[in-house]
Design a protein around this ligand. Structure first.
Ligand code: SF4
Length: 256
């Protein structure tokens, strides 16, 4: 594992990610090491060559000073370039420092794969508007360990949502990645029932070469849907129909 400690000049970035105007990343890179993670392709593009994906993280050590009493007009997504609650946060508490320092009138939307977020519900409770989201999918534990090696189990993520909901937070489930023939959408939606205020489904962004190679070899029928425009359109139509009124569906425009 390589931990790179850096000063940063800018805390916030503008984004075109749906439902957010700004992004805030205490960390860049992610020790959860998800095999399908789109940030890997950004890392290549931006020249962040610190080793295999999942083996390095940049800690933006002064970021909590830059956000001090800052108030922005628009939803802030935490985070987009590495999970703000990845394992190292347990020791560094950088995300917690950021939430302590920033103006609590900001609107925060937090998306994570870790139940460590429960530790910070006390400070998150000080915000006027905050939404807590956990990424969930229907991978069985064996597959999950292969694809999301350092992230916590699905059960722990669902428990984190339950705890946040019980404490009165607005919560959401981020069902991602949705992969044809691999994701049991019905099962995930039923697990999330009662735990979240809304759900978002995101279809796999096939931008990571190694992952695409694995998918082609292991689940050729899934890949056939993703690579064929007509099949993909039909898959999206069916998906939207099946979740109508229950969840929004996102996919990446370059797929069509
Ligand atoms: S938790 Fe998110 S940012 Fe981290 S590796 Fe997985 S998909 Fe990427």
């Amino acid at each position: 594992m390589r931990v790179i400690i850096r000063e940063t000049k800018r805390a916030f970035g503008r984004t075109r990610i749906p439902n957010a105007k700004y992004v805030l990343n205490p960390y860049i890179g992610c020790l959860h090491g998800c095999k399908y993670c789109y940030v890997q392709s950004l890392a290549k593009r931006f020249g962040w060559r610190y080793g295999e994906w999942g083996s390095w993280v940049i800690v933006r050590k002064n970021i909590y000073r830059l956000v001090k009493r800052k108030s922005l007009n628009g939803w802030i997504l935490v985070s987009s370039l590495g999970d703000a609650y990845q394992p190292i946060e347990r020791k560094f508490k950088l995300t917690r420092c950021v939430f302590d320092a920033i103006d609590h009138n900001n609107r925060l939307r937090i998306l994570t794969k870790s139940d460590l977020i429960v530790r910070d519900l006390d400070v998150l409770g000080k915000f006027k508007s905050v939404e807590i989201g956990l990424t969930v999918n229907s991978f069985d534990e064996r597959l999950r360990r292969k694809l999301e090696p350092e992230a916590v189990s699905m059960e722990r993520r669902l428990n984190a949502l339950r705890t946040a909901k019980d404490k009165g937070f607005r919560t959401f489930g981020f069902v991602s990645p949705v992969i044809p023939y691999l994701t049991d959408v019905e099962a995930v939606l039923s697990e999330l029932k009662g735990l979240v205020d809304y759900m978002i489904l995101e279809v796999l962004n096939p931008c990571v070469e190694d992952f695409v190679k694995w998918l082609k070899e292991s689940y050729p029928e899934s890949w056939n849907v993703l690579r064929d425009r007509w099949k993909f359109e039909s898959f999206i139509r069916d998906l939207k129909d099946s979740v109508k009124g229950l969840a929004s569906v996102y996919y990446h425009p370059q797929q069509l």
